[in-house]
Design a protein around this ligand. Structure first.
Ligand code: ZN
Length: 187
């Protein structure tokens, strides 16, 4: 997989995880400045500051992306396809093949000029999701099993057995279940 494809997939995961119900303050993107910083750290430079309206629309896009992840297990393929195609169709794009001879061949896309950032990001999210599904399949795109955490992650373990976003949740889950077992043993 090319570096560019990996970046697009990582963007989708990071973007979905800008909301974390595990935390007292689940919202990472509280202001347009938060979003701007998030995007600039991921190579999306903006010529002017985001308006409140654009900011809210992009946060809705993030919520839509989270819904896709949360429902992936139970969604019909045709439903996933419909949602992704809706994102990909947000605005026309130019495609270019990049062949360097060293790196894998890359297909890069560019939106036309004067496209609203929300539409640009919708295409990027649609593309990132498509690449993630192509590379890993629905069964490896997961949501952490230790409620209330809903971090999304890609399970690259050999037997697809990973259930938690990280150590934090694996430990928390194991402790909770150990106590539960102790309680039921006493009963
Ligand atoms: Zn977690």
């Amino acid at each position: 997989m090319s570096h560019y494809s990996e970046q697009l997939i990582q963007f989708v995961v990071d973007f979905a995880n800008t909301y974390d119900p595990f935390l007292d303050e689940p919202e990472f993107l509280r202001t347009p400045a938060d979003l701007q910083e998030f995007l600039e750290q991921r190579h999306t430079e903006m010529s002017e500051p985001l308006t409140e309206m654009e900011f809210l629309k992009i946060r809705q896009l993030r919520d839509q992306l989270r819904e896709i992840f949360l429902r992936l297990e139970t969604s019909e393929p045709v439903e996933i396809q419909r949602v992704i195609n809706g994102l990909l169709g947000a605005t026309p794009v130019n495609l270019q093949a990049i062949i360097s001879g060293i790196e894998p061949i890359e297909i890069k896309y560019a939106v036309l000029t004067n496209v609203a950032l929300r539409e640009q990001l919708a295409v990027q999210v649609g593309l990132g999701l498509t690449l993630a599904l192509q590379q890993y399949g629905t069964e490896r795109l997961k949501v952490c099993a230790a409620a209330p955490c809903q971090e999304v992650f890609i399970d690259v373990s050999k037997n697809k057995s990973r259930r938690f976003c990280g150590e934090r949740c694996a430990n928390r889950y194991n402790v909770a279940h150990f106590r539960e077992r102790q309680r039921s043993d006493k009963d």
